[in-house]
Structures are given as C-alpha cells and as structure tokens.
Design a protein around this ligand. Structure first.
Ligand SMILES: [Zn+2]
Ligand SMILES: [Zn+2]
Length: 156
C-alpha cells in the first residue's frame, strides 16, 4: 500500500483506457488497451478495397496492448508485412496486423465506441476522394508515415 494515495500510476493510466470492438455477428471480439499510439486516415487503394469504403480510419496499438478476446479471425496477406484480418463468419473487416512494426491498425468502425478517438493525420497515397472536404487540424503525408515515427512507436 505504498504510494497508492497519490492516484493511479503511469502504468495504470496507460491501461485504464480500453478500446473494445468486434465484428457485425459477434463471433470475434478484440481489445486495444491504453491510448492508441496514433489515430489516422488512409486513402490508399488497399484500404479502400479492404473496407469497401472511401477511406479507412484506424487506431494503432502495439502488439503488447492488443488482443483478440473471442473467436478467431481469418486474414488476407495484403503485402509482405501486412495482414488484413476479418471475421470469416460475417465478413466484417476488423484490423490490419503489421509484422514489421509489431503493431495493429484497428479499424475505428469496428470499435464499440468509434468516436472515443480522433484522427490526427491522413495518408494520402494519391487517393483522397475529391468530394471529401478538407479536415482541419489533420497532418497530411503523401504516402506512409516517415519510418522514424513508426519505428519509435510515436505519433506525427
Ligand atoms: Zn462476425
Ligand atoms: Zn491504406
């Protein structure tokens, strides 16, 4: 009981925030724990085709703070280091797994509370829809984030 009166420790603060989510049919449930490393939008063709949407909004969690808690996903290997996970029963796209950075991009639309986090950057890849108004306050990158950001696990 030493020091507990001072409030939650840094580690407790990091883990008290939970971002639970799952697929449309409920077979798959997952959880990101603590604040995401970063939250962004991607306008690349793979993300569009993967989600069937005009762009993807996602929150990044390191491997140690992300877990599938119920069911099992199927995945499509979309690049040498990228796996696009989905529910094999209902088809809901759920998250991307990156084996190079040991991280997961959790799709905001699959979260129980999708608006609890706010995107801070956009990956343009030349694919931003012309009808989509500019979103103030988002930092734009032509393609991927610079490696010095992703390798450090940080945010732009
Ligand atoms: Zn499902
Ligand atoms: Zn993308």
């Amino acid at each position: 009981m030493v020091g507990r009166e001072a409030g939650p420790t840094q580690e407790e603060k990091m883990t008290e925030q939970a971002h639970a989510g799952g697929c449309m049919c409920g077979a798959v449930r997952f959880r990101g724990t603590g604040a995401p490393l970063r939250v962004g939008l991607c306008h690349c063709e793979t993300c569009r085709r993967n989600t069937g949407s005009s762009f993807l909004a996602f929150a990044v969690f390191p491997r140690g703070r992300f877990a599938v808690e119920r069911g099992a996903t199927a995945y499509f290997q979309s690049s040498p280091e990228g796996r696009r996970h989905f529910c094999a029963a209902c088809g809901s796209p759920l998250f991307s797994e990156w084996t190079d950075t040991e991280s997961f991009d959790v799709y905001l639309g699959a979260l129980d509370a999708p608006h609890a986090v706010t995107p801070r950057y956009e990956l343009l890849w030349g694919g931003r829809a012309p009808w989509l108004p500019e979103i103030p306050g988002l930092e734009c990158f032509e393609r991927n984030l610079p490696a010095e950001i992703t390798e450090a696990g940080g945010a732009p």
